[in-house]
Ligand binder design. Structure first.
Ligand SMILES: Nc1ncnc2c1ncn2[C@@H]1O[C@H](COP(=O)(O)OP(=O)(O)OP(=O)(O)O)[C@@H](O)[C@H]1O
Ligand SMILES: [Mg+2]
Length: 235
């Protein structure tokens, strides 16, 4: 592990058993993520990208192998420590936004802070601040149905960021968006990365990955194929 490494996976496997069939969603993957990095994981549908992100975010447990975050094996954490990792170190943005449909943009972001001791007034202040930063200051009271796809995705990004994570996992963050919104979300992610947030993004969109990421790795049937696509030095 280099001095600048934030996370690495070691022989990481996640197999699913379906009757007699074994699906190797993630198969012996060794991947490192550096501080300051914007890493893209590309690959065909079913190649294991979402499974990788869920494992690294502590939302799923490996079949074998391990994930080390700042030198600590995630499997050695207590339940409480793992909950802290998921809640405070990691932000997750899903392809389908996963917003709560009957709640306003502001409530959707505030809700992310419900599970720690943040007082209500502080929750509201932080949620408002991050939504304003993402250009949604005049949409606080809108419900998801009254927001465009790009705006919904920005609310989802706000919700992932409000707790101040060290690393953001973005699973097809622009999968449901048109060109204009895709460009906006891409710019937003690039901006956040320039401010120091580590980003790992799974996408089908190789052009977008080339445009945004420092490094691109590719998955194929659960295996990691290093594309050697190192684009630029991390500032
Ligand atoms: N809960 C599950 N039970 C059984 N198989 C699963 C489960 N979840 C995922 N898989 C299988 O694991 C493989 C990897 O799935 P994964 O969702 O990680 O792919 P992906 O690269 O994210 O695909 P996509 O680009 O379509 O989102 C697929 O073959 C999928 O069918
Ligand atoms: Mg996926």
């Amino acid at each position: 592990m280099t001095h600048n490494s934030f996370m690495q996976t070691v022989d990481l496997c996640r197999y699913y058993r379906r009757g007699p069939q074994e699906i190797r969603a993630v198969d012996e993957v060794n991947l490192h993520v550096e501080r300051g990095e914007f890493l893209a994981i590309v690959g065909a549908s079913g190649s294991g990208k979402s499974t990788m992100l869920n494992l690294m975010a502590g939302l799923d447990t490996p079949t074998s192998g391990r994930i080390e975050v700042e030198g600590t094996d995630l499997s050695s954490l207590t339940r409480r420590q793992l909950a802290f990792y998921r809640a405070h170190r990691v932000g997750m943005v899903f392809q389908s936004f996963n917003l709560i449909s009957h709640q306003t943009a502001l409530r959707n972001v505030e809700t992310a802070l419900l599970f720690n001791d943040t007082p209500a007034r502080e929750r509201r202040r932080r949620a408002t601040e991050i939504l304003e930063k993402l250009g949604l200051g005049d949409r606080l009271d809108h419900r998801p149905a009254d927001l465009s796809g790009g705006e919904q995705q920005r609310v989802a990004v706000a919700r992932a960021l409000v707790k101040g994570p060290h690393i953001l996992f973005a699973d097809e963050p622009t999968g449901n968006l048109d060109h204009t919104n895709t460009d906006q979300i891409g710019e937003l992610l690039a901006d956040l990365n320039r401010q120091g947030l580590i980003i790992v993004m799974a996408t089908h969109d190789v052009d977008m990955a080339r445009h945004l990421a420092h490094r691109i790795v590719s998955m194929d049937y659960g295996k990691l194929v290093d594309t050697g696509d190192d684009r630029e030095e991390i500032s």
